[in-house]
Design a protein around this ligand. Sequence first.
Ligand code: NAD
Ligand code: TYD
Length: 363
Amino acid sequence: MDTILVTGGAGFIGCNFVRMALRQTVSRVVVFDKLTYAGSLLNLKDVEHHPRYEFVRGDIADRRLVAEVLQGFRPTSIVHFAAETHVDRSIEGPRNFLDANVIGTFELLEAALAYYRGLGEKGRDFRFVHVSTDEVYGSLGPQGYFREDSHYAPNSPYAASKAAADHFVRAYFRTFNLPTLITNCSNNYGYYQFPEKLVPLMLLNAAAGRNLPIYGDGLNVRDWLFVEDHCAAVLAVLRYGKIGEKYNIGGGNELNNLQMLEALCSALDERLPAKENPALKARGLTSYLQLRVFVPDRPGHDRRYATDTSRIRNELGWRPACRFEDGIRRTVRWYLDNTAWCETVLAGRSGARPPFIPDNHQS
Ligand code: NAD
Ligand code: TYD
């Protein structure tokens, strides 16, 4: 039986990928995750008894442990999601991003290379898929798109750490022939996203009648993709991608943050009408958008991301399946139905940053 080792499989995208891989392949799926504040076994609760699922807690930077896991489970592929991922945290404390994303990826590559070499002929089908972000390309003006050959210009410590990791992955292919592939995806939304990123933060704050903090003028543009479409793209790259190649992934769905907030508030209003929400009534408000407050901008805030996805569409036949309106509705419903999950993961959070800007915070 094939085995996929999924690093970071207890995080947002990783857990959605694990579910999809168990559904759509016959492979065993082994999750290797440190369970930082962003990772939780709750995210994998529904698969914990699945006969093809295994979990190992560990740090990708612990090369000896990774080597033991590789020898023990003998994976046919590694899909590498594990990372520190929140830009705001990378501004407050870049060191963790260097440790997890750069050193962690380097140690994982070293362990993977030693394991791959030991496979000899049997390693013919081995693949190392490195999951990265479009943020490595920097910021766009009003025109243009990131292509796979766009130059790297990371602006946040998060983006810089992911860019460094991408370069190491590329180097391990070029120099040591490790069969790697890289994906660079745009912003994801969907189930199990830790409530510090824009979408879940705004949903939870709005439902609870708390302020909705918009950084700067709110005109920064992101290309939003439903998480399951990202997972399907990673699976397509794993199965059919060309070794040594990189693939951009994106939703073709550009929205500025004010537009995203409007979409979220209107989907929330359908399920939980603001006029009937006691938390809003208590503040004398009748619409979720009235909770919007402009707060000081994020330093180095990238203005626009937009991805040209022709390579993955033309070469691998992938395209997003979920319409934005449906994805947002499904996401809103999931967060409203899973308030216990939200409370538990937030209660276990670490780090100095509060999960939302307090009500008295005004720019
Ligand atoms: P996440 O923060 O929700 O989850 C990260 C997971 O990695 C957590 O389970 C955490 O415990 C684990 N982890 C962190 N450091 C680790 C370490 N040293 N060893 C082992 N496990 C560790 O992140 P996410 O949003 O699911 O992102 C997953 C990957 O996808 C990341 O590499 C990220 O850069 C990339 N990506 C994310 C997005 C997005 O919109 N969220 C977009 C494009 C690319
Ligand atoms: P985020 O979800 O942190 O993703 P990224 O920075 O990786 O794109 O933020 C998405 C956008 O939303 C980004 O332009 C910053 C903005 N934003 C806010 O305006 N307010 C917030 O409270 C957060 C978390 C983000």
